[in-house]
Design a protein around this ligand. Sequence first.
Ligand code: AVI
Length: 322
Amino acid sequence: MEQQTITKLDTKFGKDVYNGLTAIPKHLSSKYFYDHNGDKIFQQIMAMPEYYLTNSEYNILDLNKAHITELFTKNTNRINLLELGAGDGIKTKILLEQLSGTGIDFKYIPIDISQNALDQLETSLSMEFPTINVETKQGTYIETLKTIRKEGNSRNIILFLGSNIGNLLHDQALQFLSELENSMDVDDMILLGCDQKKNPQTILDAYNDPAGITETFNKNILKRINSELQGNFDLDKFLHWETYDPQTGTAKSYLVSKEAQEVHIKSIELVVNFEAWETIHTEISQKYDDREITNLARGAGLKISNAFADSNKYFKNYILVK
Ligand code: AVI
């Protein structure tokens, strides 16, 4: 008999959904939260009072912008600011404004998988900072980084803000930092934003808002499966559930099936059976302390040269060098 091809299994999304929902226990990757709708929900999350991460990092950069840009520009007269996953760039604009004032020759290179996000950022930058040299690059982080050639003796500074590193498992974070290290010359730097261990309740509140915005964000992955893979998930039959382990610093998001149910995902020819209260693990948001970042950096061949915290010590920005 001729083998039928399931075309959607040819896409990474289809394949990952198939593998994640046939695994025990079930899981889906948080990277799939971010389509056009997910990007908009994440903007709302960043504006929530409970989601302290964005404000904390904004305050760190604003308070320390002179010191940070002095470190960026020390012993060089030309820099490239390469930002991995720039989003709306609100925090980065603090550094761009400060750098503009120094008169140093610099180029801002935001890298993002979403061309739409890059186009929006480029438009807002051209209005707010018309004289800044901006070159957007669409693609995955490491692959795109490898394509960037340095001009003359410029220094590359890699910005990885927003605790995006926290969405990687430990081994993935180590591998990712090692690949960044591999792309760096001795004089280059990383500015890394990391959420810190703190009162567990503060962390749980940030991922469990009463308005249900985080719940909608978490369920956006099911919405995407419905629209892109012809699924029939009933979103009301799932709970958003957050846990935080203060020992490991790991916050985890789940979708919990409220009842036994069968879900069909037509494009990948999959029938998924859920027991009542069975889970789909969707996201990890790792919280760190200095010791863990020191070890992570060391494992990747890097070291911390400077660390900046907000007044609550909720969040830290580390400068990592070779
Ligand atoms: C993008 N990332 C760092 C966010 C976080 O805090 O893990 C995503 C997020 N998930 C729920 N709320 C925000």
